[in-house]
Ligand binder design. Structure first.
Ligand code: SF4
Ligand code: SF4
Length: 128
């Protein structure tokens, strides 16, 4: 039986803070399509630009799309989709520990090695 390394608790912690993940070109187009709006309008209403970096606006300390969970789930940026199972954790235990602290969905009953073994399998599966 496969060990479950992560189960989202829908706490919303990862959608809070003073910044959000950045959106690449595909993210912007997918978000506009999901919202059924012109991209320019999406940018004006929901996004903020800092130089070349495009992120979602922050309202009351959380992503503008957060309201009892993500309200744009099918159209959210790929970095949101990937979180918290980031490949960088495989080679960086400190990063793993920091993410584990901030995300209650990570199975804390596992050793780092067990977690990495499970994560490597998931990443491999996603690549296939
Ligand atoms: S912090 Fe972790 S458990 Fe909470 S919503 Fe984000 S991914 Fe899910
Ligand atoms: S797009 Fe959704 S998942 Fe991503 S930060 Fe905003 S509310 Fe959270």
């Amino acid at each position: 039986m496969e060990i479950e390394i992560f189960a989202c608790q829908q706490c919303g912690y990862c959608c809070q803070g003073s910044t959000t993940v950045s959106l690449d070109e595909n993210d912007r187009q997918r978000l506009a399509a999901y919202l059924q709006m012109d991209y320019d309008e999406v940018e004006k209403r929901y996004l903020r630009k800092t130089g070349n970096v495009v992120q979602m606006k922050i309202i009351d300390g959380h992503c503008i799309f957060f309201k009892n969970g993500c309200t744009v789930h099918p159209g959210k940026p790929w970095r949101c989709t990937q979180w918290p199972l980031h490949p960088s954790m495989l080679s960086d235990e400190a990063n793993y520990l920091a993410i584990r602290e901030s995300c209650p969905g990570i199975n804390k009953g596992l050793s780092f090695a067990e977690f990495c073994s499970g994560l490597a399998k998931i990443l491999q599966k996603n690549k296939a």
